[in-house]
Design a protein around this ligand. Structure first.
Ligand code: F6P
Length: 371
């Protein structure tokens, strides 16, 4: 028999993505319609286990009034966690370094003490792993997929991706005219840690001439040849889009900093590298542009707002149907529920033989592949 629900809680974890507030709104309103209370946990799970680190209360009651007019706002009204995986919670040690503690038992105890019958956890791969771990410890948990990178497995789309790739496209559109005026090569670095969805979508939509993604280790000489071939054809400017996780064949990803103290390693710098390499090889002036966190900010697109609202409502529906241990997912025209265990730790990369990659090749876009 499904457990009687009276009170649920929601948390948002990992890198923010446009649409998070729309999910929160949908969850609160859908819960209220069922007569359930909804509480917001601040900063991922930190509001439960490290409330002193949060701005304001670690846990707050969310009413329909609190979530009025937030669906169009970027960021998350609940804050997110930069480091705070309760299964590997970073604690300062005596030597000034960091050590990890398993605080997941404290999360379970806190949820029980506060009378939370279920949790809705909104996040990416890391959050889905935590959600899966917590449901194995006996909590009722439903996940909602979020990441601008769109690399979460078992869902066709994550919210935030449409806004991010739309904004990146707008930036590429703007770079064409300055590239053309100066006969330059503009190298645009976009986010995309493990997968090139943003680079590919924005690059194709924005008319890029080369797109480099983590799925295809690139040959910089092939990219240089493509630029020189355009030059010879009297098309003197080029736009190259590079995902931050792209790497040359036989080379490494560019790191801005290593993992430390609960922080994941930070990627960054491949745009600058590619720009230098291309300048050396083509003799053309190249300029790197890093879009970085601009892609995560701002208002969600209409598509992301609606996806996020649908995901939020579906998460509450899943709980009402007695489900736990699932993530709501877009698997076709409708929403489906997929086991968290099948999502966590699996990355959805762009399939190399996929129609979208084939289309890029047919359009003559250089993917840096050796022929
Ligand atoms: O949301 C995922 C992501 O956008 C990755 O593409 C990127 O590597 C990461 O976030 C950067 O996150 P932060 O700067 O918040 O650590």
């Amino acid at each position: 028999m499904a457990r009687q629900i009276r009170r649920i809680a929601i948390s948002t974890g990992g890198g923010d993505a446009p649409g998070l507030n729309a999910v929160i709104r949908a969850v609160v309103l859908s819960a209220a319609r069922r007569g359930w209370e909804c509480y917001g946990i601040r900063d991922g799970m930190n509001g439960l286990i490290a409330p002193e680190s949060c701005v304001g209360e670690g846990v707050q009651l969310l009413t329909p009034d609190n979530v009025h007019g937030i669906a169009h706002l970027g960021g998350t009204i609940l804050g997110s966690s930069n480091r705070g995986n309760p299964f590997h919670f970073p604690m300062p040690d005596k030597s000034g370094g960091w050590t990890e503690q398993d605080r997941s038992g404290d999360v379970v105890d806190e949820c029980r003490a506060r009378g939370f019958d279920a949790l809705v956890m909104v996040g990416g791969d890391g959050t889905m792993g935590i959600a899966d771990g917590l449901q194995r410890k006996g909590l009722t948990v439903v996940g909602v997929p979020k990441t601008i990178d769109n690399d979460l497995d078992r869902t066709y789309l994550t919210f935030g991706f449409d806004t991010a790739s739309g904004f990146a496209t707008e930036c590429i559109d703007r770079l064409h005219s300055t590239a053309q005026s100066h006969q330059r090569v503009m190298v645009v670095e976009v986010m995309g840690r493990y997968a090139g969805w943003i680079a590919l979508h924005a690059g194709m939509a924005g008319g890029a001439h080369a797109i480099l993604i983590p799925e295809i280790p690139f040959d910089i000489d092939v990219v240089a040849q493509a630029i020189l071939a355009r030059d010879a054809d009297r098309r003197k400017h080029s736009i190259v889009v590079v995902a931050e996780g792209a790497a040359p064949a036989g080379g490494q990803r560019e790191l801005a900093s290593r993992a430390a103290g609960g922080h994941a390693e930070r990627l960054g710098g491949i745009g600058m590298r590619v720009s230098h390499w291309l300048e050396d090889r083509t003799g053309k002036e190249c300029r790197p542009v890093v879009l970085g966190h601009l892609l995560r900010g701002g208002s969600p697109s209409a598509f992301d707002r609606v996806s996020a609202l649908r995901f939020g409502a579906a998460a509450v529906r899943a709980l009402d149907e007695g489900r736990s241990g699932v993530m709501v997912a877009l698997t076709g025209p409708g929403i489906d529920y997929v086991p968290l265990a099948e999502v966590a730790g699996h990355t959805k990369r762009v399939p190399v033989g996929s129609d979208i990659m084939e289309t890029a090749r047919e359009l003559g876009i250089c993917l840096g592949e050796r022929v």
